[in-house]
Design a protein around this ligand. Sequence first.
Ligand SMILES: Cc1cc2nc3c(=O)[nH]c(=O)nc-3n(C[C@H](O)[C@H](O)[C@H](O)COP(=O)(O)OP(=O)(O)OC[C@H]3O[C@@H](n4cnc5c(N)ncnc54)[C@H](O)[C@@H]3O)c2cc1C
Length: 445
Amino acid sequence: MPMGHEVHGQGGFKFQNWAKTYGSSPELYFQPTSVEEIREILDMARQRDKRVKVVGGGHSPSDIACTDDFMIQMGKMNRVLKVDKEKQQVTVEGGIFLSDLNIELSKHGLALANLGAVSEVAAAGVIGTGTHNTGIKHGILPTQVVALTLLTASGEILECSESINADIFQAARLHLGCLGVVLTVTFQCVPQFHLHEVAFPSTLTEVLDHLNDHLQRSQYFRFLWFPHSENVSVIYQDPTNKPPSSSASWWWDYAVGYYLLEFLLWISTFMPSLVCWINRFFFWLLFSSRVENIAISYKIFNYECRFKQHVQDWAIPIEKTKEALLELKAALENNPKMVAHYPVEVRFARGDEIWLSPCFQRDSCYMNIIMYRPYGKNVPRLNYWLTYEGIMKKHGGRPHWAKAHSCTRKDLEKMYPAFPKFCSVREKLDPTGMFLNTYLEKVFY
Ligand SMILES: Cc1cc2nc3c(=O)[nH]c(=O)nc-3n(C[C@H](O)[C@H](O)[C@H](O)COP(=O)(O)OP(=O)(O)OC[C@H]3O[C@@H](n4cnc5c(N)ncnc54)[C@H](O)[C@@H]3O)c2cc1C
């Protein structure tokens, strides 16, 4: 089969996600530089009966971006196409990393109103899985999208927004990578702003008893719970006009502390009962005093994630926060053999109307659990994972799409009222399943 003269696929490429927890061996790996090249790749896939997976930053902690057929990495399609200062909107190519976009936007006095913990992720990738941060007045990242363009399996380019192809837009704002290649994304921005971050110690009882006060007191409130203890670190982040400043010694403690943490966690793989003390020790070392920091918004939203880890992150109705967390705490207390690494990160998001959003039509609490992989070693987590999933399901939870979960179509149909609408858009845009993979087969079949 002759290949197009511009587009060359690389054989023998090994794909691995950021945490090195999932990977695949695509038959051909492409890094196209134009829409024409992507069209050629889709033509070739159609002719050879191959599936196609598009990948952004490869950060998803699951096999959602894996394929053994054709993989398209969008890193070379990363331009800012248009900045509309009046509407405060920016149109970018789907492959742009948010780390580059943040800097470009700040040159125009603009910013994204909310960001996840890392920015080495692509514009189309973050919306693909419904990336979120925190703040009860703020929706998940796809709520910031006002338009996008999609190259479908047939090679057609579709413009979508609230007014054009509105149904496809509601599906594509959280697209799971299964509707086509996202070529461009238009984000609604806000004027550039600085954030004042204050982190201070508290207890689980205090935070859960005064949850509403915390939610009202800080625009981007979240908290970290240290399992096997009552310890909590509360984090407030709020816009400020004050100049940048930071607690210098804190970063030093942080860096040293984390090398020690990895070593101790590795030791604990031979003596799991140590985990409870490790969680308490690091709370005391790093989180037991008040820390303040002021910087441009994206530097506060992003934080360094040093260690590879397994994660789960489900969204439950916000009113279930207390009950669910206390059940998780009780389950750990009643089962001393089940260990949980710190932190359980608890964040919040406003309800929205995006069909496959875990926050569809309800304000939500995201509860992120982790198990580190010290020096790449997997730590047993099955019991903890199943217990957590059981509690999340009982409280009407919906899993984060990027993070590995055990749900199949049967579960998802119950969780998402608009699931059939999404399926019908997907079947119309991709009748042969060109953009499916193993992860998506579980979702749709
Ligand atoms: C260290 C770390 C921190 C994280 N922090 C957070 C957080 O704070 N909040 C949160 O919600 N999540 C978080 N995540 C998860 C992360 O935000 C999501 O996995 C996000 O989707 C990653 O973006 P990506 O560009 O790496 O996407 P990828 O993993 O590359 O792809 C994600 C999906 O998008 C599809 N896709 C990508 N580009 C295109 C395109 N152009 N066209 C069509 N489909 C496409 C892929 O096929 C796949 O289905 C974190 C992950 C890590 C590793």
